[in-house]
Write a protein that binds this ligand. Sequence first.
Ligand code: SIN
Length: 524
Amino acid sequence: MVSSIKKIIVVGSGIAALSFAKTISASCEVIMMTKKQFSSSNSMLAQGGIAAAFSAQDSVDQHVQDTLAAGCDHNDERVVQEIVSLGKHMVKQLVEEGCPFDQTENGMPQLGKEGAHTTHRILHAGGDQTGKTLVQYLKNQLGSHIHLCEYHHVIDLLVHEGICIGVVWKDEKGHVHTMTADAVVLSTGGCGSLFETNTNDPSVTGDGLIMAYRAGAQLVDLEFVQFHPTLLTIAGKAVGLVSEAVRGEGAYLEDETGRRIMKGIHPQGDLAPRDIVSRAIFHEQQFGHDLYLNISEIPHFSVRFPAIAAMCERAGVDMASGRLPVSPGMHFLMGGICVNEYGETTVPSLFAIGEAACTGLHGANRLASNSLLEGLVLGNKAARRIEQFPKRKKTIPSSTIQESWSVPEISEKQLSQWMMTYAAIVRDEDGLKTLLQSLLQVPYQQINVKDITNGQIELSNQCTLAICLVRSALLRTESRGGHYRVDYPNRNDALWRGMQIVHEKGHIHIMKNERIGAKWNVYS
Ligand code: SIN
């Protein structure tokens, strides 16, 4: 007798994947594959926290308004409304269940403040170890129908008649396998490694985006890349993130002479939206200034921020000086695989959640601490959606694996340096064209899937994604949020409002006022 249990493959192990796994009932068997260790994710590194309108002075409406303002009106307002209100409900549930968020003396969640928030609304855990605490908490909740598989590197999707029917993966020895499923959920994060200076886990190489793209899914908003303003920087090299929560507690940016650089730049000063603060720092650096985060007014810094204090100690920073040397680095991709409110992509039976997905929540610039929130909500909604659909009736035909892979002959270092030089905080047509030309001239060699290394697969994905991102950045002839063009320094609402740059099957087009949603097509 054929089992009625549905089989679902989840690729990735961050907050969105875990929220999915916590939600989904035992009517589904979940195979959660991650290419490295379970703990290799951006979620594990998230310091700041999770935003939810908890305080009496706050409201869901105000959180929505702050999200739209940071996102420069490129957000999908309906999605913002839904994620912010459902997210608050889910965070409240976590608090009530006993998830160990930091508390005030009277047992209420302690609320911090971060950039572009008009009030205190960031819950955190372990001081600056919110992501790690949440990941561990959710992992401990998983039922026996969830199977965690480390070192299972998913390299491609199996597609039959336009429907996603499973994955191709490599084991630790490099052997190739296939696995079919009723649905595949990509929770692979963004693409921090595309830029030389970044805050991401090194395993985050844009794999999910490019696998979805090859399968025929739409990618959108790739030009919107968020640079976090404050990475601890020693001798020109970034060594880790200094949370925006530090500025939320009173730290401020100054140059080597003690001049406060955010004065007069934006009404929210040091807590202006990230794109504005990062550009201000970039501008100062162009004039040869060194930038510091002055933390001298924060009492008990190493109690409130233990992980950051430990990082400073490891890096040999003299904390007693009250100044941490900082510079910006790539942090988050606002764009991604286009999904509807359930995480469905434009390819039936293929879902995307977390940073890999673009729901429309973040617009052109993500509001701080909205990403863990989105991961929680979308993981939950995708799970509920999948539970509703029947199991496939027919046996899935064997699908062919792509045998020959094109591998670019370029190093990750070179690629990420090019991206940093021409496609980072400040862009222009000349630089983007130079970069695109260089990317298109990279020679490729053909390698059989049996012989290709994990690094070569990642590099191949990174190069494809870089080309898509740069093409998007060239097409968007305005400045908005995380996409700043010196040759088009202003927003152009008349031309661009509601428009999205979409990549699909090797084509790029501009869509107006229309977010596409996918349909679930049961293969039967
Ligand atoms: C931070 O702690 O500054 C990062 C939090 C976030 O990216 O939302």
